[in-house]
Design a protein around this ligand. Structure first.
Ligand code: PGA
Length: 260
């Protein structure tokens, strides 16, 4: 199975707007921490609600087995922007990753232009960007491929080649998000999209640079489909939403990914 530029697979936990209390967040982290200690081939990035990030991170002490990420960032570096979170705040908290362009943000009006500003900001700040892409629906004619290639090109507008090693692309078909393993994409489809995204990147940059970009899959990754997707999907890892809040199942997923 393909791995990232540091030869490791990546699992990103996107906690979204959960859990409701920080105590519940500590509970999940406590369990995941034990499994994280055993991981040899997998990088684990947890993206909790930003309000919890500092305390969660502190609770782990110096351990580097769990990395932290933000679920979003504002594209301006400073200024009066009520409710937003700046790149320096994320960096100063020691969070090394930022999810950008998640479909749940795009639906609120975040277009490719805003996404590209954010991606450039994250990469120029020497943090890792997790760019989410994915089509809303598919038609027989395959129009979604054009949509995906445009989304990649527009979202990466202005990105310098030298930063591609810090870029992760999360392919998340919107129709597969937040459902069950049965509704997720199958490993064959994931493999095809992996190849397609690589080709778009190759045309946009060059072969050598595009090889540095890790491509992960998201959308109803659950314990049930993890093994099949990781063994046959030719993917560098996963972006996991709801199942990452179920500590027991998530730990099993991590183990499967780590030994694949
Ligand atoms: P899901 O979410 O795993 O709950 O489908 C994935 C995501 O939206 O990042």
């Amino acid at each position: 199975m393909a791995k990232d530029s540091q030869n490791k697979k990546i699992v990103v936990a996107n906690w979204k707007m959960s859990p409701e209390t920080i105590d519940e967040a500590f509970e999940i982290l406590k369990k995941v921490k034990e499994t994280a200690k055993t991981l040899k081939n997998t990088k684990l990035v947890i993206c909790p609600p930003s309000l919890y990030a500092n305390e969660l991170k502190e609770s782990l002490g110096k351990s580097k087995k769990i990395l932290f990420g933000a679920q979003n960032v504002f594209y301006e570096e400073k200024g009066a922007h009520t409710g937003e979170i700046s790149i320096d705040m994320i960096k100063n908290l020691g969070m090394g990753y930022v999810i950008v362009g998640h479909s749940e943000r795009r639906i609120l009006g975040e277009d490719d232009n805003i996404v590209s500003k954010k991606i450039n900001l994250v990469l120029n700040s020497k943090l890792n960007a997790i760019l989410c892409i994915g089509e809303k629906e598919r038609s027989e004619e395959g129009d979604f491929l054009l949509f995906i290639s445009e989304q990649i090109k527009n979202s990466l507008h202005g990105v310098e080649k030298k930063y591609l090693k810090n870029l992760i692309i999360a392919y998340e078909p919107i129709w597969a998000i937040g459902k069950t393993a049965e509704d997720a994409m199958d490993s064959r489809g994931v493999h095809q999209m992996h190849l397609f995204i690589k080709k778009v990147l190759k045309d946009l940059f060059d072969e050598k640079s595009s090889e540095k970009v890790a491509i992960i899959y998201g959308g109803s990754v659950e314990l049930e489909n993890t093994e099949e997707l990781i063994e046959n999907g030719n993917i560098n890892g996963f972006l996991i939403g709801h199942e990452s809040l179920n500590a027991d199942k998530f730990c099993k997923i991590l183990k499967i990914v780590d030994k694949s």
